[in-house]
Write a protein that binds this ligand. Structure first.
Ligand code: ZN
Ligand code: ZN
Length: 413
């Protein structure tokens, strides 16, 4: 590795050159570190739906080229600032500390001070702007010989972890007490936190409350495991992939202490000739569910979600719809049904406390994520995406601990 005290530092990252283009392992240069940042050697990074939104150009605030990734795990290799100004040191973080990376929050607004960091005043710009929230700069540039000054959007969720070295804001850092399990715990920073937090922090269902979960990706599975861990008596899970539904049942029943039942519905939204609304209603004697959680972000699914909600119940969007997605609902039926529709970002989780809580649940057998995760060498990104789309793996995690390649390679995700 090059000298990590002299900037710029050259490394490699999966760069998206323009909306919809391939992810290409590309040489970049890291220009500097600020006192509130650390340089992390990324060992693993999960892939999340929001990364795909960036790749496909659905995050309009973010200029290209850009580096995605927001479920990083690795080791701190350099600290920003000098020993007197380093924020990391003041937090007990130093070179060699193993860390998990989560979303960014400013730390100084009213909600951050109350640990309501998912409602931070800077949540949008600070996570999706592609630049530092503090001064709108980016630490990354392309390093293609003489064109070393082309800026690259980074700081995605305070980290842009699809990179061998990532500049991470200390607000995104959570210490990892289990360095050997970093690959397993990397997706705690977004996907698992979003699903589990929505259940454990936001909805807090009673055992008698029926919960319907739409979609069985990482977020949906985490929500389902959290319901099982809470002892919710009946969970309905909807997806179009039978292989994922079968896994959902296996995992639900594997949660330590879960005594509930799970109903599987293999179907899609009405506008796509699906019938899941009718089947949820049939399974609930026409009443619908107290809580319905959409993890897909699909407009069609969101519209149908409203009809699955019982009188006085709550529809919950946790999947990120593409920018500009419009939906139509029957306002009268929604009103007289006394329903609520809420969105939950990052499971309303305060990561320094919630990520260790999820890890504790995992170690108690109540959050069996090992059944969801498969780790791929970063060179096998294309295979990871193909396996996820085929339902063969729920949570692909990329291993960056491979030798940096001298030649560029391309992988479309
Ligand atoms: Zn804030
Ligand atoms: Zn995410």
């Amino acid at each position: 590795m090059s000298d990590l005290t002299k900037f710029p530092i050259e490394t490699e990252a999966l760069v998206v050159q323009s909306p919809g283009s391939d992810l290409v392992m590309t040489k970049i240069a890291i220009q500097d570190l600020r006192p509130d940042e650390v340089l992390v050697e990324i060992k693993y990074s999960g892939l999340c739906h929001t990364d795909l939104l960036l790749v496909e150009g659905h995050i309009p605030s973010l200029p290209y080229p850009a580096i995605a990734g927001h479920e990083g795990a690795g080791v701190i290799v350099a600290l920003g600032g000098d020993p007197d100004s380093s924020v990391a040191l003041s937090l007990g973080l130093t070179v060699g500390t193993s860390v998990l990376c989560s979303y960014f929050s400013c730390g100084s607004c009213r909600n951050c001070k109350a640990k309501l960091t998912s409602k931070c005043d800077s949540i949008i710009w600070g996570n999706l702007g592609g630049v530092r929230q503090s001064d709108s700069s980016t630490a990354a540039t392309l390093a293609n010989g003489s064109t070393a000054t082309t800026p690259v959007s980074a700081h995605f969720f305070g980290q842009s972890s699809l990179s061998r070295l990532a500049v991470v804001n200390v607000r995104s850092i959570v210490k990892c007490d289990y360095p050997d399990q970093m690959g397993l715990y990397a997706p705690m920073g977004c996907g698992y936190q979003t699903g589990a937090g929505t259940v454990l922090n936001t909805l807090k269902p009673d055992p008698q409350d029926l919960v319907v979960i739409l979609g069985t990706g990482s977020v949906g599975m985490a929500a389902m495991m959290a319901c099982a861990a809470l002892g919710v008596k009946h969970v309905i899970v909807v997806d179009r992939a039978q292989i994922k539904l079968d896994l959902a049942r296996e995992i639900f029943e594997a949660v330590e202490g879960s005594g509930g039942t799970i109903t599987l519905i293999n179907d899609g939204p009405r506008r796509s000739n699906g019938e899941f609304v009718d089947r949820v209603k049939k399974a609930t004697k026409g009443l619908g569910a107290k809580f319905v959680i959409d993890t897909t972000g699909s407009g069609e699914v969101i519209e149908d979600m409203m009809e699955c909600v019982a009188l006085g119940g709550t529809a919950v969007s946790v999947g990120f719809p593409p920018s500009g997605q419009m939906i139509t609902i029957d306002a009268g039926a929604f009103f007289i049904g006394n329903k609520s529709w809420i969105t939950v970002l990052e499971g309303d989780a305060y990561p320094p406390e919630f990520i260790p809580r999820m890890i504790d649940l995992h170690r108690q057998g109540k959050f069996p994520i090992e059944k969801l995760i498969k780790i791929y060498a970063v060179e096998d990104l294309k295979q990871a995406r193909a396996d996820e789309e085929a339902g063969k793996v729920i949570t692909p995690v990329l291993n960056f601990s491979t030798t940096a390649s001298s030649s560029q390679q391309s992988s479309k995700i």
